[in-house]
Ligand binder design. Structure first.
Ligand SMILES: [Zn+2]
Length: 382
């Protein structure tokens, strides 16, 4: 850190702006204040009363605000990143409340963008790398801090950042040098300035770097079906669990060897599966027919794979009918799931009419809110 700041170590306090000052590798112990802050923040939330969506938003706020300052300055040890991700994952999936022992979805899956089947949460390691690349950018432009001036004076001298030999140097400096091989594919410089993938860039962009270095997965066909133009986040989250096959349902619980009844709550079917509950079950089909009575939809497959493919194909366009159709379909799946969970926990089963009413009443509330929003926008335009 002495090298980082350009000051002599002996003259500095141990902490500066709440961050430890050090010249060597950032240790797990030095990161204890960060982990403490994350732990305290999470402990202050009442997790039992929050939905997945509510929890997810809080987790995002932890990852994006509490850790950002640290990640823009240091390369956090892998164990620290794992600890923070575990704290967030346990909170999100309700682990530690005694109810569940295993995360519903592995953390890595959530960190893919929505178009790649995830929830678009940042992967911390690659984000950290992208943030720290800012220092290299500053070095190439010879801008930013005393440290950059110091690096040029004593490390690079009259040479080039790309050719300077690796010793001696602080831990951070050596790490930056080590990342050159990865970065030189996209990053270059000349007397005119700095280039990212051949384009002259005035400002450093963490997002551009991150896009190259983040973990990637295959594009999914159902991105639009869940995320485009729907306005009920808790339903979107639930349908994401169903479509991604993360929903914890009868046949899975049976496969894990957990005790309980695995049958469908709506009909006598002895084994509840995703395909049964959200496509084959007679109650689902009847509710579907009633809700889509005014649509000119063709009949669709009677299994989940057919159901999902049908919905994707029907609702892919951004026309009103498709948007409404998507919203109804999501609301139906969510209502079936909530009703199923309520009954599993001892609640009384609604009849078919009740289930249909439930979906309609939710949609009416949301559509009324939407109408209000549109009306206020129109009125503001005058
Ligand atoms: Zn059934």
């Amino acid at each position: 850190m002495a090298e980082f700041s350009g000051y002599k170590l002996g003259s500095l306090p141990v902490r500066y702006l709440g961050l430890p000052l050090l010249s060597g590798k950032l240790t797990i112990r030095a990161c204890a204040p960060l982990i403490d802050r994350v732990t305290r923040r999470i402990a202050s939330w009442k997790s039992k009363t929050l939905s997945y969506v509510g929890k997810f938003q809080l987790v995002m706020s932890v990852l994006y605000s509490l850790t950002q300052f640290w990640m823009s300055i240091f390369i956090l040890p892998k164990a620290v990143i794992r600890s923070i991700e575990k704290l967030c994952s346990d909170f999100l999936w309700g682990l530690g409340d005694g109810a569940r022992k295993k995360a519903v979805v592995a953390w890595a899956r959530i960190t893919y963008p929505k178009k790649e089947g995830g929830l678009g949460l940042r992967d911390m390691s690659s984000w950290n790398f992208a943030c720290v690349t800012r220092h290299i950018w500053a070095i190439l432009l010879k801008q930013g801090s005393l440290w950059v001036a110091w690096i040029w004076e004593y490390r690079i001298k009259r040479g080039s950042f790309w050719d300077v030999t690796t010793k001696p140097g602080s831990w951070l400096w050596l790490k930056l040098l080590k990342s050159r091989d990865k970065l030189r594919v996209w990053l270059s410089d000349d007397v005119e300035g700095v280039y990212w993938k051949g384009d002259h860039l005035e400002k450093f962009s963490i997002k551009k770097v991150w896009e190259e270095v983040r973990p990637k997965s295959r594009l999914v066909a159902w991105n639009a079906l869940i995320w485009k133009g729907s306005y009920i986040p808790k339903n979107q989250f639930l349908v994401w669990l169903v479509v991604s096959d993360y929903i914890v349902i009868g046949d899975k619980i049976q496969g894990w060897g957990e005790a309980g009844s695995y049958g469908c709550v709506f009909c006598p079917c002895p084994l509840e599966t995703r395909s049964h509950l959200f496509a084959e079950c007679g109650v689902y089909r009847q509710a579907f027919a009633a809700l889509f009575v005014n649509f000119t939809c063709q009949n669709h497959g009677n299994q989940w794979s057919g159901e999902r493919a049908w919905a994707s194909q029907q609702f892919q366009k951004r026309i009103e009918a498709a948007l409404a159709g998507r919203m109804i379909w999501q609301a139906l799946i969510a209502a079936v799931w909530r009703e199923r969970c309520k009954v599993k926990y001892g609640g009384k089963l609604l009849d078919l009419e009740g289930l249909i009413r439930l979906v309609k009443s939710e949609l009416i509330v949301v559509l009324a809110q939407l109408a209000e929003l549109v009306a206020s926008k129109v009125l503001n335009a005058f």
